[in-house]
Design a protein around this ligand. Structure first.
Ligand code: ADP
Ligand code: MG
Length: 277
């Protein structure tokens, strides 16, 4: 049950009905390998419902890999191995009865490089979010979801009169917000963002941060960022990852963003947040 197939369809929760709203994610003793190379060692982290958790730390310490294990995206990499548990509202997304598409539908993802389908219309890009997770919707439901998702991503006003134009015609920052809208189209309860602003200019970065602020409370957000000011601006809690010479990555220190920045307990955290490595 690790590949998407046309039979992996789920019924779209009705707007008024099914449980929506932010969910708590809990990683327990998550380890990961690429072949024989162990890149994460028993990482445990609770990401509370509706909060924004920032994953910080130097390149190569396993932040992206950890993020991917939270919605089983690492399974797309053939050599990737996983051990541990990821609890979604207390239920292991790796449990034998859990379907991959179910995890993907409830846990959306946005990547560093905006990756809309460039030739596809803005409207169809958002709808593609449903297709990627095998979610069915009729025409009217799609119209509602497209407007809702683009509004939540802060892009509706800019594109409402040009929904048939290709996604590739938008600016880089707009493309990233289109990708956020695509991820939101399935009404995920958790949104994973891997350095979503690294490829954006400061104005676009600010717009994405505004979107994060708007979504906070409604969606649980986990964001990887190299930008310490950004972590301080957008997150409620921070987890500082480190992979010391020849060892797999792990969390050195975690806590409220305010505390991590004001009174870090570990000298390595203090050095990192102060920009000393
Ligand atoms: P970060 O996001 O913190 O920079 P990553 O999770 O991308 O770290 O990488 C952690 C480790 O896993 C690094 O040593 C990296 O080289 C390795 N790695 C990442 N992706 C792959 C992959 N697809 N195949 C093999 N090794 C990988
Ligand atoms: Mg990364």
């Amino acid at each position: 049950d690790t590949t998407l197939s046309p039979t992996d369809t789920v019924v779209l929760p009705s707007p008024a009905g099914a449980a929506v709203g932010p969910a708590t994610l809990q990683a327990r003793a998550v380890s990961a390998w690429f072949g024989n190379h162990k890149v994460l060692e028993r990482v445990s982290l609770t990401m509370p419902a509706g909060q924004v958790t920032a994953l910080i730390g130097p390149s190569g310490c396993g932040k992206s890999t950890f993020l991917r294990t939270l919605n089983r995206m690492h399974e797309l990499i053939p050599a990737a191995q996983f051990a541990g548990e990821v609890l979604f509202e207390g239920e292991d997304i790796y449990g034998p009865a859990r379907r991959l598409t179910d995890a993907r539908r409830r846990i959306g993802m946005v990547f560093q490089k905006p990756n809309p389908f460039p030739a596809m219309s803005i409207y169809d890009n958002v709808v593609a979010g449903l297709k990627l997770t095998g979610t069915r919707a009729n025409r009217r439901e799609k119209d509602v979801l497209v407007e809702e998702s683009l509004t939540r991503a802060g892009l509706w006003k800019e594109v409402r009169d040009r929904l048939r134009q290709p996604g590739g015609a938008l600016s880089g920052g707009q493309q990233q917000r289109l990708c956020i809208a695509r991820a939101l189209a399935v009404r995920p309860r958790v949104l994973l963002m891997d350095e979503p602003c690294s490829a954006l200019d400061p104005t676009s970065t600010r717009r994405v941060e505004e979107t994060i602020h708007e979504l906070a409370g409604e969606v649980t957000i986990v964001i990887v960022t190299h930008n310490m000011q950004q972590a301080a601006r957008v997150s409620d809690q921070c987890a500082f990852f480190l992979a010391e010479q020849g060892t797999p990555g792990g969390i050195v220190e975690q806590g409220s963003t305010e505390r991590i920045f004001s009174t870090p307990e570990d000298p390595r955290t203090a050095d990192y947040v102060a920009g000393r490595f």
